[in-house]
Design a protein around this ligand. Structure first.
Ligand SMILES: Nc1ncnc2c1ncn2[C@@H]1O[C@H](COP(=O)(O)OP(=O)(O)OP(=O)(O)O)[C@@H](O)[C@H]1O
Ligand SMILES: [Mg+2]
Length: 247
């Protein structure tokens, strides 16, 4: 049992890993043609970590993120997410584990154009069965935390790209997930706005203990993370502290 007085680091250790990937292999099949993409990935990520995944285009980063996000299944290997063996879950169980455990952030923000910001952020709560009034209240709190409390009723096209990404991050956080998965979250942003978003991720990681996994091509973005996993042609070629990595 976790007690309220237990230090967070110790409580995290008792919970076990957030993500345990063992010998994950993934091939895509087109008829008889097999394209192997991941060749046996072994990665363990603990609660509270901030990890960047880098690698050349086509190295398998998005393929790995899709598996981590339970949006796709590996061809072989074991994935344990927060103590649950993903391959043993039914489709319904998988959907609820995904909704409860993971918040997604995408390169293109993926906001609904005709919906005010507060409703964009409230949407995952509505899917989870929360009432409209309560969902809007919690969405407003998240938007305040990401610095957008003044803009609740604006539409996505009435704010900047960086602000749109902060809305998407608020939406990812609204169900209180254990993990944020972000595939190239700064890919559509200029340098100054990218560092604003990365500062927000850093704050969420350091102040709230949020576990964060981002994919990026940019060394200047990756270096905000504390650990680097580098992929090359579907193999992990580096996994260690960001400080020791050659970016
Ligand atoms: N649905 C698919 N069917 C067949 N091959 C695919 C499919 N999706 C991806 N691939 C191939 O798998 C490999 C890895 O793709 P993936 O999207 O994971 O790369 P990535 O590292 O995310 O690249 P990028 O940096 O360009 O986003 C590529 O060679 C790609 O062509
Ligand atoms: Mg990709």
């Amino acid at each position: 049992m976790m007690s309220a007085v237990m230090p967070k680091a110790r409580a995290d250790a008792l919970r076990g890993p957030l993500i345990a990937l063992t010998d994950i292999r993934k091939s895509y099949f087109n008829g008889d043609l097999e394209t192997p993409v991941l060749h046996g990935v072994n990665v363990t990520i603990h609660h509270g970590e901030f990890v960047a995944i880098m690698g050349q285009s086509g190295s398998g980063k998005s393929t790995l993120m899709n598996i981590l996000g339970c949006l796709d299944t590996p061809t072989k290997g074991s994935y344990v997410l927060n103590g649950r063996e993903v391959e043993k879950l039914s489709d319904n169980e998988l959907a609820s584990v995904r909704n409860e455990t993971i918040g997604f952030v995408f390169q293109g923000f993926n906001l609904l154009k005709r919906m005010p910001l507060v409703d964009n952020v409230a949407l995952p709560l509505l899917y989870a069965g929360v009432s409209m009034a309560e969902a809007r209240k919690r969405a407003a709190v998240k938007l305040q935390q990401t610095g957008l409390g003044e803009f609740l009723k604006r539409l996505p096209n009435q704010i900047s790209g960086g602000q749109q990404q902060r809305v998407a991050i608020s939406r990812a956080l609204v169900c209180e997930p254990a993990l944020i998965l972000a595939d190239e979250p700064t890919g559509n942003l200029d340098t100054a706005t990218s560092s604003e978003i990365m500062n927000l991720f850093t704050r969420l990681n350091e102040e709230q203990g949020m576990s964060i996994l981002i994919v990026t091509h940019e060394p200047d973005v990756a270096k905000y993370a504390k650990r680097l996993v580098r992929l090359k042609d579907g193999y992990v070629t580096y996994d260690g502290p960001m400080a020791d990595a050659h970016l």
